[in-house]
Ligand binder design. Structure first.
Ligand SMILES: O=C1C=CC(=NNc2ccccc2C(=O)O)C=C1
Length: 129
């Protein structure tokens, strides 16, 4: 359905912004992630994201994954996996779980290098729409 197409501007609970470009025929997409989260101080920066969404032929809400490479300012990366739903008010929400992998100095520290969490994105209203 026309709803739950991932293209557009999304915002999460941390007020980070995610802009997803056109979703190609095979479900792949690119975009930019403007994080409000900084692990070690610093300002909000745009990081590249790439992902792919399923396009269930029999209808139903698409699942997707995308990966953000936290550009330049940290040697970390986050993989999001989730599904798009309409809430009771008909509003699209992307419910995800993520794995955040940070770089650590040695194999002995590998045990503490990956965090997991949940994150919900809703569409950020654009002035015209
Ligand atoms: O330098 C860094 C390193 C990790 C970051 N993680 N952000 C996240 C991780 C999980 C879920 C949401 C976010 C977010 O930024 O909104 C951001 C900047």
């Amino acid at each position: 359905s026309l709803q739950c197409q991932l293209r557009g501007l999304w915002r999460n609970e941390q007020d980070s912004l995610m802009e997803i470009s056109a979703v190609r025929d095979n479900g792949e997409f690119q975009g930019k992630y403007l994080t409000q989260v900084t692990l070690a101080g610093g300002c909000a920066r745009a990081s590249p994201l790439t992902g792919a969404q399923q396009q269930p032929s029999e209808g139903g809400w698409p699942t997707f994954t995308f990966t953000v490479r936290w550009d330049k300012f940290s040697n970390a990366t986050t993989a999001f996996a989730g599904q798009c739903f309409l809430d009771t008010g008909g509003k699209e929400t992307l419910t995800t779980m993520w794995l955040l992998r940070e770089a650590v100095g040695s194999l002995e520290e590998d045990w503490k290098a990956t965090r997991v969490g949940r994150n919900v994105f809703t569409r950020k209203r654009t002035p015209k729409g």
